[in-house]
Design a protein around this ligand. Structure first.
Ligand SMILES: CC(C)(COP(=O)(O)OP(=O)(O)OC[C@H]1O[C@@H](n2cnc3c(N)ncnc32)[C@H](O)[C@@H]1OP(=O)(O)O)[C@@H](O)C(=O)NCCC(=O)NCCS
Length: 147
């Protein structure tokens, strides 16, 4: 598996994976904002045999990385790709001297919560109705050891 930085030309395939993974997928503009328009935006693509199988996007803000989206194509879930994307983000943060990673996850997204806990994230807060009425989020963070 190859993990590389996301480019504008990846957006179509990112949208396709997004559609498979979410009931309320991000619109194209949201991907354009992070991958194309924002100097702070940085995303990663997981590829297998030249095909995109997953992605993660977010913003590097001050000394933090805000992870906004991570998704793996349903046919490839459970194969360690999500974990590899998060490892790449850790590596990027070390390189760029970013000390903390933050993200929100839906309270009922057990799979994602387990992924984050297994990668050293901790739940530090609860955001009521974050994704709409009755759809709460947990705030997770990971503090990176300085080398
Ligand atoms: C969450 C997601 C990114 C995980 O990616 P993945 O490549 O399937 O995850 P991995 O194979 O790397 O698994 C890593 C860990 O996640 C957890 N996990 C993965 N699949 C799971 C499942 N079906 N049930 C429970 N936990 C699961 C496990 O803790 C696993 O660690 P383990 O293999 O040591 O048990 C993927 O399921 C996905 O795209 N889901 C839809 C979109 C989404 O919910 N994104 C997160 C938004 S916050």
């Amino acid at each position: 598996m190859l993990i590389r930085e996301a480019q504008v030309s990846d957006i179509d395939q990112m949208l396709a994976i997004e559609d498979y993974c979410y009931d309320n997928p991000w619109p194209r503009e949201a991907f354009e904002e992070e991958v194309e328009n924002s100097a702070q935006g940085i995303g990663f693509i997981a590829e297998e045999d030249g095909y995109m199988v997953g992605f993660a996007t977010g913003l590097a803000v001050a000394n933090e990385y805000h992870l906004h989206n991570i998704a793996v194509h349903p046919d490839h879930q459970g194969q360690g790709i999500g974990r590899h994307l998060l490892e790449k983000i850790d590596e990027y943060c070390h390189e760029k001297d970013l000390h903390k990673i933050l993200l929100e996850v839906r309270r009922d997204n057990e799979t994602a919560r387990r992924l984050y806990l297994g990668m050293g994230y901790e739940s530090v807060g609860h955001r009521k109705d974050y994704y709409g009425t009755g759809r709460d989020a947990y705030l997770f963070t990971k503090t990176l050891a300085r080398e």
